[in-house]
Design a protein around this ligand. Sequence first.
Ligand code: Q46
Ligand code: ZN
Ligand code: ZN
Length: 319
Amino acid sequence: MMHKHRCRKCGSPPVINMPQHRLALCGDHFPQWIVEQTERFIRKYHMFTRQERILAAVSGGKDSLSLWDILWQLGYTVDGLYINLGIDEGTHYSAESLYNAKQFAEQRALNLIVVDVLEKYGESIHQMAQRTRHGESKPCAVCGLVKRHIMDQAARDNGYDVLVTGHNLDDEAATLLANTLTWETDSMLRQHPILETRHPALRRKVKPLFRFYEREMAAYALLRKIDYIDDECPYAKGTRSIFYKEILNQLEADQPGAKLKFYLSFLKARENGVLLPTRADDDEGMMVNADHGQLKTCPSCGQPTTSAELCAFCRLVEG
Ligand code: Q46
Ligand code: ZN
Ligand code: ZN
């Protein structure tokens, strides 16, 4: 089976073989393919247009920087947003990832918005988490809340139409697996690569890389010579989601394409109305199909909330 090991476009030795697509490509044709496929998905799923202003949330990692690189090559109007979480205790995670994001933007003369959590709110993520019971072992719940709030706020305050993030298929499939194990239909209803909003303070949220495997994004970043922070956030170690990714990779090794099929079949089932909401909306109630629960507006920040008073973020920072 010689042809299996040749680039389909030019016949040279491939750098990557993607059994789920029965496709191998060389170092020139693979990055091109990623860019072309992304454009195809942007159109297929009506993600955004060239008339819209896009804000890409970048962490300094391979996925978000690659996403920014792809959209830039495709000629979209896309700026970056880096949130400095101040996670530097014992590591230099935030400092290094900020450096990578800045370098990337400078090299391409792109605009990067930096929001510094400590500067803006007087506390680091770690300090905020320590004040609340959510942060007992890991600050991730607090961190997620803060990041979501800052992204939404930055997109609205700076006049963007769309917020994009670099989640890949492995990320989405792991989240889906977690939701499926406990049949969290509300979370599943909120899981979609394109989330329209039902509140004027929020912008559309899109994950243009949702059909690419993590290993494909790593290969893309490498071939495009993108300098990214290879380390994960130190708090990501030992999380469930990493474990779920490993399980899905085992499944994939046995059945090529299983990960992609798992997620795409979910999208289809979701579209067909198989999922039903079971409880009232929370602060992030931006469901596309499940229009239930009344969203109110936080009197302090203007973002949506189900609470009659301050939203969860304002309660956190003002608490
Ligand atoms: S939530 Fe947790 Fe991440 Fe925040 S504290 Fe680090 S691991 S960065 S995706
Ligand atoms: Zn080739
Ligand atoms: Zn608020």
